[in-house]
Design a protein around this ligand. Structure first.
Ligand code: HPA
Ligand code: ZN
Length: 333
């Protein structure tokens, strides 16, 4: 089997995708029109042309502007359903989806509107297509600790629909330590914890995510490689890193995919996974990330198989479910 056939055929989990980052220009236009919200673009090509980011902040400015057309439960449903349809195409059989409540509640959209739209699309996809999912709500780290506490309180009535909390948005200058107390409270309530760290920020932020936020996974984490002791710790703990190659390329975390450290980390024994992050903005869903990475880093079929197994291993499904996916992967040749 060629690389691309194997990538297309293997079941996989996605563990790092922001639902607001799956907002394709076509749907953005349709929802803007439906809601009679003005957007500063005259057509879909205009929107795509605006996507010339050079770092995280230049991306985030456009990403938050795009999300501002989402107002009603139906909008969140349509957004999530479109992403899950892409999962079906890419053989993503399980997905753990981030959403940013504050991006919406700060605009006056109710928490319940957001969660109900996303959750209903997930339940429909489970029933119609057999795709399982979990939801992780992220605190925006450029906002205050107080705003994060408020968001946690708003989430409590919907705890049954949310498996964990995460931390995203502008990394540098907003270390994990800023959210130590709110993560402690979230964990007391039984939420699992993950956090973006070591994307643009230094290895120190990865240490803080582990030691202060007590995360079960690190999102991105690619800058951990700058610190040997940290690398050894990630290997010893088998702490998953949810790596996003095309995102790293678009946001200039790496200058070329061929310079990406994912393969090196995999060979050293780090539990790395491949994910799309914000696929509508970065030029590819999960399989495209696999395809371009395999080409740039000359990955073997065994590497690809291992990365798909890792995606389930690092997920929040049960051990029995993980074993069943490993067997499915072993059966495919
Ligand atoms: N990093 C930080 N914040 C984000 C990202 C990311 O990759 N995507 C969406 N919000
Ligand atoms: Zn991300």
């Amino acid at each position: 089997m060629t690389h691309n056939e194997l990538i297309a055929t293997l079941p996989k989990a996605e563990l790092h995708v922001h639902i607001e980052g799956t907002f394709e220009p076509e749907l953005m236009f349709e929802i803007a029109r439906r809601n009679q919200v003005d957007i500063p673009y005259t057509n879909v090509d205009d929107i795509r042309a605006a996507y010339n980011f050079h770092n995280l902040q230049s991306f985030l400015d456009i990403y938050y502007a795009g999300a501002a057309v989402l107002l009603h439960e139906r909008d969140f449903y349509d957004l999530t359903r479109a992403y899950l349809l892409r999962c079906r195409k890419d053989n993503v059989t399980h997905t753990e989806i981030f959403f940013d409540p504050q991006t919406h509640t700060e605009r006056g959209v109710a928490f319940e509107t957001v969660i109900n739209g996303i959750d209903r699309a997930c339940r429909d996809a489970a029933q119609e297509w057999g795709i399982s999912s979990r939801l992780i709500m992220c605190f925006l780290r450029h906002l205050s600790e107080e705003s994060a506490f408020e968001t946690l309180d708003r989430a409590l009535p919907f705890h049954d629909k949310i498996i964990g909390v995460g931390l995203d948005s502008s990394e540098v200058g907003h270390p994990p330590s800023k959210f130590e107390r709110v993560f402690a409270k979230a964990r007391e309530h039984g939420f699992l914890a993950v956090a973006h760290a070591g994307e643009e920020g230094p290895p120190q932020y990865v240490y803080e995510a582990l030691d202060l936020l007590k995360v079960a996974r690190i999102d991105h984490g690619v800058r951990s490689e700058e610190d040997d002791a940290l690398m050894q710790r990630l290997i010893d703990l088998q702490m998953p890193l949810t790596v996003c190659p095309l995102s790293n390329l678009k946001l200039s975390v790496v200058n070329h995919l061929s310079a990406h450290n994912l393969h090196r980390m995999l060979q050293r024994g780090v539990l790395v996974t491949v994910n799309s992050d914000d696929p509508a903005y970065f030029g590819g869903y999960v399989n495209q990330n696999f395809i371009e990475l395999a080409e740039a880093l000359d990955l073997s079929n065994e590497d690809i198989r291992m990365l798909c197994k890792n995606s389930f291993k690092a997920s929040f499904i049960s051990d029995a479910e993980k074993e069943a996916w490993y067997r499915r992967i072993d059966e495919i040749h």
